[in-house]
Design a protein around this ligand. Structure first.
Ligand SMILES: Nc1ncnc2c1ncn2[C@@H]1O[C@H](COP(=O)(O)OP(=O)(O)OP(=O)(O)O)[C@@H](O)[C@H]1O
Ligand SMILES: [Mg+2]
Length: 230
């Protein structure tokens, strides 16, 4: 589904991503782990064309999309749930959902989003800014689904949420996976990541330093590259 090859990304003179390669197979969840500031968001932004990589390739279903602006990348079927949720606080829940709507046959629409997130239906006319953190995360995921993506990039969707809401986010990601969605999940919540992952990558100072199945991931790798608390 997604094939990222040898990305090098810079902010000005700072060389942030060093030869990053990763894959997401159709219908599977790849997880990208790493401590703060290691380049996880930069990787997602490089894929989306928000921060264009200096070199390397991004292929979605064998079509090269590197170098394309993000609105075109999204037309190729990639949706992003950004870090910090980034909903419009002065638009209603419904308006937030409609801003990203890209209809397709039998795809996601308002009704389907409300079926999956009944809470958003209840809060349909509330301003985005009045929602709880958990509700905002549901809205952020809903907004990404309204673009009818085939691949979803999720940037730390559990960040700042209560344990109860983290469980809800896990349930949603699992349901999406059961319905065939391919996902690249950035997380610092290790338990959640291991629960959902088919394949794991660890990013350290802009380089992939581990890749393998959750079974191959062990405490040595964890202690070396992830903080002990995660
Ligand atoms: N717009 C920017 N301009 C310059 N440097 C940046 C910019 N955004 C990020 N960086 C730097 O790039 C590096 C990688 O940042 P990035 O946001 O990708 O990390 P991250 O792994 O997503 O971290 P976190 O877990 O805190 O979200 C960091 O050193 C950061 O300071
Ligand atoms: Mg980040």
């Amino acid at each position: 589904m997604l094939d990222v090859q040898n990305l090098h990304t810079y902010y000005g003179e700072s060389h942030i991503l060093h030869d990053v390669s990763l894959k997401v197979k159709k219908g599977s969840v790849s997880v990208l782990l790493g401590r703060n500031g290691m380049g996880k968001t930069t990787t997602l932004h490089s894929i989306m064309g928000i921060v264009p990589p200096k070199s390397g390739k991004v292929l979605i279903k064998n079509t090269e999309i590197n170098g394309k602006p993000s609105y075109q990348v999204s037309k190729h079927g990639i949706g992003i749930v950004p870090q910090g949720r980034r909903i419009f606080s002065d638009l209603t829940v419904k308006e937030n959902l409609l801003t990203t709507y890209r209809p397709i046959n039998n795809g996601w629409d308002l009704n389907k989003i409300y079926e999956m997130f009944p809470r958003l239906k209840e809060r349909e006319t509330s301003m985005g800014g009045t929602l709880s953190g958990g509700e905002q995360q549901m809205l952020s995921i809903g907004r990404a689904l309204m673009t009818n993506p085939e691949l979803l990039l999720l940037d730390e969707p559990s960040e700042g949420l209560s344990p109860l809401m983290v469980r809800e986010v896990i349930r949603i990601i699992r349901e999406l996976k059961d319905n065939g969605m391919s996902m690249l999940l950035v997380e610092q919540n290790l338990a959640m990541a291991m629960d959902l992952a088919d394949y794991v990558y660890i990013l350290n100072k802009g380089s992939i330093v581990f890749e393998g199945t959750p079974k191959e991931f062990d405490s040595g790798v964890k202690n070396k590259y992830l903080s002990l608390s995660s």
